[in-house]
Design a protein around this ligand. Structure first.
Ligand code: AMP
Ligand code: GLY
Length: 416
């Protein structure tokens, strides 16, 4: 099979690493990929969605696997479908589950999924009135995609009003803030649960725990994720059953009944509260850096699974999951998440081995072909072992070998 992976982060490197192990693969492309994906396939620079679709048609691509949500929300699956090219990832209509927070909250309400109480507003004055009635802290979210920056946790009503003004009147997130969701603050531990679906059948992926805050002990600003472990140490099999029964199944059924069948991966972001798991958000793509710890634990050949999901006919019944523990430690650049420094030379990147791999994310080639930093989350040092402690030590050993000016990592990934 000839496969094109869209995206260039750690998630796409990890997906490519797994897909490259499939005996069914004949050719692998990444657009744009990164220096880490060069060893797995060919990186191609396709400027926009039209160019990607044209490339897929010209190169007789059998399957396009889409990493980032933006392309899906912009309708790449629909554009590929017009050319008869299977795409792993939902249609534009189904991608609204991530593309519009108001849409996803409404769907959750209709289906009766446990989630935070909320209101959705396009009018600033009405939003302010609703805010007065909410307890504190309160969460304000821009409705549309805002590169992970659209969520503000407000400790006071004044902060809440300022966040509403920024989103709705000052257009800080552009049109993504024309509508806002004001939501009850949930306390607990966050968890990531993924299912692959063809719109009807569901396959569970390994559980994962992300570490969103920049600082140790979950302090400091929120990031895209500073590290992950799989399995999630605070997760139980019962929670999987509960989330399958009360969230994943009903949501997929609802989307199908509404004429928007969801094909691809549904990433359910959860808060494990005293009252049970509640949904924080849906993502219509794999988590990053969750993928970096899920892929090493999947024993089943993933390529036919992704293809079957894209074609709307999952035949694989279950994924075989390795009981080992995997840990990914994100190495970030100085200044992340606000203004990451770029251009620092990276050295000491260890070779991949049977129980470790460094997934590239924000990296590029410098003038002399050296690898340099080019984004906030630079790499994910990933390792696995029979127990969490050994996996953790191995991942940190790898993380310590990589050197670049301003390198930062959390020291407590997988400690809880
Ligand atoms: P979202 O994009 O909706 O997942 O929000 C990003 C992050 O903000 C989440 O991963 C949580 O850390 C935090 N967050 C979002 N909604 C809530 C909430 N209702 N209560 C507490 N934290 C939240
Ligand atoms: N790691 C969280 C996300 O991918 O959204």
């Amino acid at each position: 099979m000839r496969v094109l992976i869209v995206g260039g982060g750690g998630r796409e490197h990890a997906l490519g690493w797994k897909i490259a192990q499939s005996p069914l693969l004949s050719k692998l492309y990444f657009s744009p990929g990164n220096p880490g994906t060069e060893g797995l396939g060919s990186n191609v620079q396709l400027m926009d969605q039209a160019a990607m679709v044209q490339f897929a048609a010209d190169e007789s691509i059998d399957l396009v696997v889409v990493g980032p949500e933006k392309e899906l929300v912009d309708g790449i699956a629909d554009a590929l479908a017009l050319k008869g090219i299977p795409c792993f990832g939902p249609s534009k209509a189904a991608a609204q589950l991530e593309g519009s927070k108001a849409f996803s909250k409404e769907v959750m309400d209709r289906v009766g999924v446990p989630t935070a109480k909320y209101g959705a507003f396009t009018d600033y004055d009405q939003a302010c009135k609703f805010l007065e009635k909410m307890g504190l802290p309160v969460v304000i979210k821009a409705d549309g995609l805002a590169s992970g920056k659209g969520v503000t946790i407000c400790q006071t009503r004044d902060q809440g009003k300022a966040a509403l003004k920024e989103a709705m009147l000052d257009q800080r997130f552009g049109s993504a803030g024309n509508m806002v969701v004001i939501e009850e603050f949930l306390t607990g531990t966050e968890a990531s649960f993924h299912v692959i679906t063809d719109g009807e059948r569901l396959l569970r992926l390994p559980t994962a725990q992300d570490h969103k805050a920049l600082g140790e002990g979950n302090t400091g600003p929120n990031t895209g994720g500073m590290g992950t472990c799989s399995p999630n140490p605070v997760w139980t099999e019962r929670m999987s059953d509960e989330v399958m029964e009360s969230v994943a199944g009903p949501i997929i059924d609802y989307m199908r009944d509404q004429g928007m069948p969801f094909r691809g991966v549904l990433f359910i972001g959860l808060m494990l509260t005293w009252h049970g798991p509640k949904v924080l958000e849906f993502n219509v793509r794999f988590g990053d850096p969750e993928t970096q710890v899920m892929m090493p634990r999947i024993k089943t050949d993933l390529l036919p699974v992704l293809f079957q999901s894209a074609r709307g006919r999952l035949e694989v019944q279950d994924l075989e999951i390795d009981p080992q523990h995997a840990v990914c430690v994100v190495l970030s650049a100085a200044g992340y998440p606000d203004s990451p420094r770029k251009g620092d030379v990276i050295t000491g990147i260890p070779e991949s081995g049977p129980d470790q791999v460094v997934f590239h994310a924000g990296t590029a080639h410098g003038r002399d072909h050296e690898v340099i930093t080019s984004g906030g989350r630079v790499m994910g040092a990933t390792a696995w072992a029979g127990n969490l402690e050994t996996a953790r030590k191995r991942a940190y050993k790898v993380a310590n070998q990589v050197q670049f000016e301003g390198k930062y990592m959390r020291k407590d990934i997988g400690l809880k």
